[in-house]
Write a protein that binds this ligand. Sequence first.
Ligand SMILES: Nc1ncnc2c1ncn2[C@@H]1O[C@H](COP(=O)(O)OP(=O)(O)OP(=O)(O)O)[C@@H](O)[C@H]1O
Ligand SMILES: O=P(O)(O)O[C@H]1[C@H](OP(=O)(O)O)[C@@H](OP(=O)(O)O)[C@@H](O)[C@@H](O)[C@@H]1OP(=O)(O)O
Ligand SMILES: [Mg+2]
Ligand SMILES: [Mg+2]
Length: 360
Amino acid sequence: MRLEDEIVPFHRSGKRGEEEYVGGEEEEEVSSIDAGFFPPPPHNALPVQRNVVVGYALTSKKVKSFLQPKLEGLARKKGILFVAIDQNRPLSEQGPFDIVLHKLTGKEWLQILEDYRRTYPEVTILDPPDAIQHLHNRQSMLQCVADMNLSNSYGKVDIPRQLVIKKDAACIPDAVTNAGLMLPIVAKPLVADGSAKSHELSLAYDQNSLQKLEPPLVLQEFVNHGGVLFKVYIVGETIKVVRRFSLPDVCKRELCNSAGVFRFPRVSCAAASADGADLDPGVAELPPQPLLEKLSKELRRRLGLRLFNLDIIREHGTRDQFYVIDINYFPGYGKMPEYEHIFTDFLLSLGHSEYKKRSF
Ligand SMILES: Nc1ncnc2c1ncn2[C@@H]1O[C@H](COP(=O)(O)OP(=O)(O)OP(=O)(O)O)[C@@H](O)[C@H]1O
Ligand SMILES: O=P(O)(O)O[C@H]1[C@H](OP(=O)(O)O)[C@@H](OP(=O)(O)O)[C@@H](O)[C@@H](O)[C@@H]1OP(=O)(O)O
Ligand SMILES: [Mg+2]
Ligand SMILES: [Mg+2]
């Protein structure tokens, strides 16, 4: 049942779940901290839909980029309240929540969430920590895409050829040769836990320089893609694609004349949107929607995640050969067009914890 359909009995006790109302003309300002409780209703209040309470545990950076006023405003209108989770207080003493939205790392937090999930199985945790964990390793991150072997009349989706180096930097040149990987090679920290270090990538142009790299790493063939990548944002069943500027192609001449390791920290954050730019149509054309739909749906199922994005590139000179190079949990949705509508609809579609409990 969707929130819009739902009318709840009107009480006066002032607690979420027992009392819900809309005021007359005035719109109530609800802060994210005390949003779980409400003042008594004005006398012209009407019985209405009951609020969906979303507890969030996010970094301050994420709060700033995600919980923008336009999101909170629209959410409030639709009966969704965002409540900051206080990590210094027991989670079970906060709320009650219908949904817990989180992107924090650390064993302690994961244990808190796991305990909470066991005690309150009716609350939706976005997303399950063990599923998120899968994306924290750049090898397991792309395994699902490789296993999928997606190829149909709309195109083919692969991952770049890659190799994991756990320890010994000295063995990298031989390992690369034996695996048949071609230069240049992108070196990415194996762990992708959101730390600044996990975003420190490098490009190695020659065989010799490979031993300068610092394991543990994933070494990936650099795929020329015309300097534009596609970010596919997934929010439940909705997908949205945008273009971003990316690393430029490396031509054969440049490869022959270059040596060394070039470090490029945090490319994707610095990259500007390429939507609306004057680009070669063969490079800028978005991947076919049915292909992305299929890819996203499968990934959602295989990863067990509802909130993520993926970086996908088209091999330059081809029409339909694509490579997924990165998958991120709870990415920068603030940069996704219409995210406030998409996200609030998604939260409403998850419904209330009480209703879910009843259907068990
Ligand atoms: N195999 C590849 N071939 C070509 N370019 C690549 C490849 N891998 C990465 N890149 C380029 O490097 C950038 C950063 O790589 P990647 O997305 O894997 O790193 P990240 O730090 O996880 O990024 P994000 O900030 O999106 O999480 C990409 O956006 C793309 O421009
Ligand atoms: O805010 P966060 O710290 O989560 O940063 C994420 C960032 O979102 P932001 O735009 O809000 O910075 C994302 O940007 P887009 O792909 O959507 O452009 C992407 O770079 C993620 O990989 C980052 O997550 P991390 O890998 O560091 O965990
Ligand atoms: Mg990326
Ligand atoms: Mg990433």
